[in-house]
Design a protein around this ligand. Structure first.
Ligand SMILES: C[S@@+](CC[C@H](N)C(=O)[O-])C[C@H]1O[C@@H](n2cnc3c(N)ncnc32)[C@H](O)[C@@H]1O
Length: 175
């Protein structure tokens, strides 16, 4: 399955940290790309640094129009808009796991009405308001049933050796 993420909007108060974390979650939870508009280009540099150290080819793509992106993806990927108003994750996840391509859409704040129409699925992660970071993490985890957590990257320069206490990081050249 190939997964991409679209984050719509950016709050008036600069929320570079939240934006960076949405991108980090997308990367760490198995997406190959995140599309965003109007964000500080430094977010892209941060993610490039993370990928250069920890591996993988994750991309941050800055776009001019999320509507144009959604229209271009319509039909080639299943567009899954995460919203507290949608059908439950439990109802939707069975059919979503059978898809080849998923575009997960999250908002930074209130999302325009037409996103609900352009989406193939509007899916809730519970009926309470929380955040795009948590919604994305839970959705990607449910979608892949946790498999993304054991994914490794052959080009990583640094790897964590899991242990009950302490920290062990393997440093070296990519394999
Ligand atoms: C700060 S919330 C915005 C909440 C706002 N009340 C709204 O109109 O959607 C930012 C994003 O988090 C995601 N989100 C928040 N709670 C969610 C939930 N219970 N289920 C799915 N996604 C959620 C949605 O993608 C939302 O656009």
């Amino acid at each position: 399955m190939r997964i991409e993420v679209l984050r719509i909007g950016q709050r008036a108060v600069r929320d570079d940290r939240v934006t960076t974390h949405a991108a980090l979650v997308a990367r760490a939870f198995g997406a190959e790309r995140i599309f965003m508009e109007e964000v500080n280009p430094q977010v892209r540099d941060t993610l490039a640094d993370v990928s250069s150290t920890w591996g993988g080819g994750f991309e941050v793509e800055l776009i001019d129009s999320w509507r144009a992106l959604l229209r271009s993806k319509k039909g080639s990927a299943s567009i899954v808009h995460l919203t507290m108003y949608g059908e439950t994750i439990d109802a939707a996840i069975g059919s979503l796991r059978r898809k080849e391509k998923i575009l997960a859409v999250v908002g930074a704040g209130k999302v325009p009405r037409d996103v609900y129409e352009l989406a193939d699925y509007n899916v809730s992660i519970g009926g309470q308001p929380h955040s795009e970071i948590s919604a994305l993490a839970v959705f990607l985890d449910r979608l892949q049933e946790g498999r993304q957590l054991s994914k490794g990257y052959g080009d990583a320069r640094r790897k964590v050796l899991p242990m009950r206490r302490g920290k062990h990081v393997l440093e070296g050249e990519p394999e």
